[in-house]
Design a protein around this ligand. Structure first.
Ligand SMILES: [Zn+2]
Length: 252
């Protein structure tokens, strides 16, 4: 059984790095934005430079954020988020690296010092001038009422604290991820097609150093067939991961 092999890898590990993608949040009711019914198939993404230079682009952006906020706001962490927290509490995880901006790891209880939200978070709004962060809710309410993109008290432009198209990942996040990957004795990629860089290259850094590398995803990934992949489980993460974690943490 593939889940049993994953359980064995987790059981032997004392310093796992977990990388997660959109596939772990679909069971929480968050659609994969890259999938066929995702927002990105209906809306074109707003690039960072356009956002900063055009009021029209900002209105389009906030319109799209309003739509996703209604989904994020209601979503609850699922059994996979909770299984990762159980691994952390057993002292087996050095870092949870996520490509998701839905904040569900945070809400499930993943420790802040272990969590690296590579693409930022939709649970905060950030001023593009003074970099202050705040709760998005009042800004959404104001935008809904006035259709005017929100601004900061300092006069700066507000944007969700996510990495937009045309924007680089935060150097501090990449540094923290790199440090974790260097320490990893196991790397597990969950629910990611491993096609978005640089996030997708992180597990390979650990695998190339000799750490076992397990992938669980429904559908093809860009790392399928690589020699450095130890275990590839095809299937839904919610059907595999909670069971494997439970087995890994069970007393002999
Ligand atoms: Zn500001």
């Amino acid at each position: 059984m593939a889940a049993e092999r994953l359980a064995e890898l987790l059981k032997s590990s004392k310093a796992a790095v977990i990388l997660t993608g959109a596939g772990i949040s679909t069971a929480s009711g968050i659609p994969d934005f890259r999938g066929p019914n995702g927002l990105w198939s209906r809306r074109r993404p707003v690039y960072y430079d356009d956002f900063m230079s055009s009021e029209t682009a900002r209105i389009e952006y906030w319109d799209y954020k309003l739509e996703s906020w209604d989904i994020y706001h209601r979503a609850q962490p699922n059994a996979v988020h909770h299984a990762i927290v159980a691994l952390e509490r057993a002292g087996k995880v050095v870092a949870v690296l996520t490509q998701n901006v839905d904040g569900l790891h945070r809400r499930a209880g993943t420790a802040t010092e272990r969590l690296v939200e590579l693409h930022g978070t939709d649970l905060l709004v950030e001023c593009q001038r003074c970099h202050a962060t705040s709760d998005p809710l009042p800004h959404f309410d104001a935008f809904r009422a006035t259709r005017r993109p929100p601004t900061c008290g300092c006069g700066g432009i507000l944007k969700a604290a996510t990495i937009s198209f045309g924007q680089s990942l935060r150097a501090s996040d990449l540094d923290r991820a790199a440090v974790a990957v260097r320490r990893a004795d196991l790397v597990v990629a969950l629910g990611s097609t491993l096609s978005v860089h640089p996030a997708a290259s992180l597990p390979l850094l650990a695998a190339q150093r000799g750490a076992p590398y397990a992938i669980v995803n429904r559908g093809a990934t860009d790392h399928d067939g690589l020699a450095s992949v130890t275990l590839r489980i095809e299937g839904d993460v919610t059907a595999v991961v909670p069971r494997a974690v439970e087995a890994a943490l069970a007393h002999d």
